[in-house]
Design a protein around this ligand. Structure first.
Ligand code: SAH
Ligand code: F3S
Length: 453
C-alpha cells in the first residue's frame, strides 16, 4: 500500500508544496501515481482564497469517502490552506479523513502516512484522523526538494512563506502565517542543483516576493534583499531565465525597476496585482498604493524595458464597488493593456475584515457582468498582441513535448507566451529562435529558424 495521488488546487505555491511532498514521499519509498484510481492514498492540497475553491475540495473529499466505505484501507488526506483555515471543523464535516495537515507541516506527511498505515495494519481500519496544524519555526526551509527523474527545464523555487499584509478580503495571512524567508545560500544552492540536473529557468515564489528578507537582511548599496537575491541568481552559470511571482506594488522600488535593465536573465514579464482601479476601493481593501503609483511603476518599467509584459489580479464586486469605481478599474485595465489577468469575483472569507465588517452588496449578476467586461478587454488586447507578433522571431526556451501533435514541442517567449512548433527531443532545454507563423487564443504557433552552424 504505497501508491499516492496528489491533487492540487489553487496557486503555484500550492503546486510547489505538492511537488516537495511528492519528493519526500518518493524518498520514503512511496510511489506517486498520475491517477487517483491507481492510488491507495489520495492527498488533496487545497486552496482557501475563494469559497468556490474550498467547495470543490470538500466535494471531492466527499466523493473519495464513498470509495473508502467500500475499501476501508483507502487513505484520504487534506493538506494546505483549507486544512489550515477550517481546522478540526473539517473533520466534523468529513469524518472519513485520515490526515489533516496545515501549511507549515507538509514535510511531516510521509511520517504521518507511515503511522496511519502501520496503525491500519496493526488494528485494522478504524476511523480516526491524524491532525497537525501547528506552526513550526524553520518550516519555510522544508519546501526544498524537487521530484527526481523527470527533467524540469522550468522549475518553481519557494523563497519565502506567509504574508504580513492585511488586505481586508484575504485569508492568506491566516492560512500561511507571517512572512518567513529562506536564506539566500539555501535558495542559491537549490537552484545550482536544479541547473546541474538540466533546469534553465526558475520562477521564484512567495506571497510578496519583493518583501523577501525585509528587516532581516540589510540593504546593500541601496539594493533591497530581493534585488540582492536576484543578482546572485543571475550569476548562476547555466541558468538562462529568472521569473518571479508575485511582487507587490508597495515595495516595487527603483532598485527592482533597474534590475530589469541590468540583469539579462530577468525576463520581461511582471505579474503585478492591481485589484482595483479606484483609490477609494484600494483604501477599503487596505492596499497601500494609489492608482497613480501603480501607473508610475508600469511607466518606469516600460522605460527600462520597452518589451515588458504585464499580468495582474483584479477583484470585481468588492463591497461598496459602484459603477463609477468599476469604470475606473475598467479604464485603467484597458489603458495598461495587460497581457494576462486573473479576474476574480469577490468572495467573502469568514474571519477577514471585509467579510466581518462590510456587506457583500454587489449582486452576483453585476459581478458576472463586470468580470465579463474585463475578460472582453483582455481578449481584445491579447488578439492585438498576438497579431503584432506574427512574423517576428522570438527567442524560445524549449520546455517539453506538446500535449498534442507528433513532433511538436512547447516553449515560451521571454514575455511568457506559449509557442508550439516542430522540433526534436535534443532541443529540450535550449534557447532557439522561432518565427511566429500563426496564433490561437492563448498560444502562438511557430517554426524553428534554422541556424547555420
Ligand atoms: N499575494 C498573492 C495573492 C494571493 S491570493 C499574490 O500577490 O499573488 C491571489 C489573488 O486572489 C489575489 O491577488 C486576489 O486578486 C484574489 N483574492 C484573494 N482573496 C479574494 C477574495 N476574498 N475574493 C476574490 N478574490 C480574492
Ligand atoms: Fe493576500 Fe494581500 Fe497578502 S492579497 S496574500 S494579504 S498581499
Amino acid at each position: 500500500m504505497n501508491r499516492v495521488y496528489i491533487k492540487t488546487y489553487g496557486c503555484q505555491m500550492n503546486e510547489r508544496d505538492s511537488e516537495a511532498v511528492a519528493s519526500l514521499l518518493t524518498d520514503r519509498g512511496y510511489s506517486i501515481v498520475p491517477d487517483e484510481h491507481q492510488a491507495d492514498v489520495v492527498l488533496l492540497n487545497t486552496c482557501a482564497v475563494r469559497d468556490q475553491a474550498e467547495q470543490k475540495a470538500i466535494g471531492k473529499t466527499g466523493h473519495l469517502a464513498k470509495r473508502k466505505r467500500k475499501d476501508p484501507n483507502f487513505v484520504i488526506g487534506v493538506m494546505g490552506c483549507m486544512a489550515q483555515n477550517r481546522g478540526e471543523e473539517l473533520v466534523d464535516r468529513l469524518p472519513d479523513l485520515d490526515l489533516l495537515v496545515g501549511t507549515q507541516k507538509f514535510h511531516r506527511v510521509p511520517e504521518m502516512l507511515d503511522q496511519i498505515i502501520a496503525r491500519q495494519k496493526a488494528l485494522g481500519p478504524k476511523p480516526s484522523t491524524l491532525i497537525d496544524l501547528a506552526s513550526e519555526e524553520g518550516s519555510e526551509e522544508t519546501i526544498r526538494d524537487h521530484t527526481e527523474g523527470e527533467r524540469q527545464v522550468s522549475a518553481f523555487v519557494s523563497i519565502m512563506q506567509g504574508c504580513n499584509m492585511h488586505c481586508t478580503f484575504c485569508i492568506v495571512p491566516k492560512t500561511r502565517g507571517p512572512e518567513r524567508y529562506r536564506s539566500m545560500d539555501s535558495i542559491c544552492a537549490e537552484i545550482e542543483e536544479l541547473v546541474s540536473k538540466g533546469t534553465r529557468e526558475v520562477t521564484l515564489l512567495g506571497q510578496i516576493v519583493n518583501s523577501y528578507g525585509m528587516r532581516q537582511i540589510p540593504f546593500v548599496g541601496g539594493k533591497s534583499p530581493f534585488v540582492q537575491l536576484l543578482e546572485r541568481i543571475n550569476a548562476i552559470d547555466g541558468l538562462e531565465r529568472i521569473r518571479f511571482t508575485s511582487p507587490h506594488p508597495r515595495g516595487f522600488q527603483r532598485d527592482l525597476v533597474e534590475a530589469y535593465g541590468e540583469l539579462p536573465k530577468l525576463m520581461p514579464y511582471v505579474h503585478l496585482p492591481l485589484q482595483s482601479g479606484s483609490d477609494r476601493i484600494l483604501k477599503a481593501m487596505r492596499r497601500p498604493y494609489t492608482v497613480r503609483r501603480f501607473r508610475e511603476i508600469v511607466t518606469q518599467l516600460r522605460e527600462v524595458q520597452p518589451e515588458i509584459c504585464f499580468s495582474t489580479d483584479i477583484i470585481v464586486g468588492f463591497p461598496g464597488e459602484t459603477d463609477e469605481d468599476f469604470a475606473m478599474t475598467r479604464d485603467l485595465f484597458d489603458e495598461i493593456g495587460f497581457d494576462m489577468a486573473f479576474i476574480f469575483k469577490y468572495s467573502p472569507r469568514s474571519g477577514t475584515p471585509s467579510a466581518e465588517e462590510m456587506v457583500d452588496d454587489v449582486p452576483q449578476a453585476v459581478k458576472e457582468a463586470r468580470n465579463q467586461e474585463l475578460l472582453d478587454i483582455l481578449g481584445k488586447h491579447s488578439l492585438r498582441r498576438n497579431q503584432a507578433m506574427q512574423g517576428t522571431i522570438q527567442e524560445v526556451l524549449v520546455e517539453q513535448p506538446a500535449r498534442k501533435g507528433e513532433g511538436k514541442f512547447l516553449g515560451r517567449t521571454p514575455g511568457n507566451r506559449k509557442v508550439i512548433f516542430s522540433a526534436s527531443e535534443r532541443l529540450i532545454g535550449e534557447l532557439v529562435p522561432v518565427q511566429i507563423t500563426d496564433t490561437s487564443v492563448t498560444t502562438l504557433l511557430g517554426e524553428l529558424v534554422l541556424q547555420h552552424v
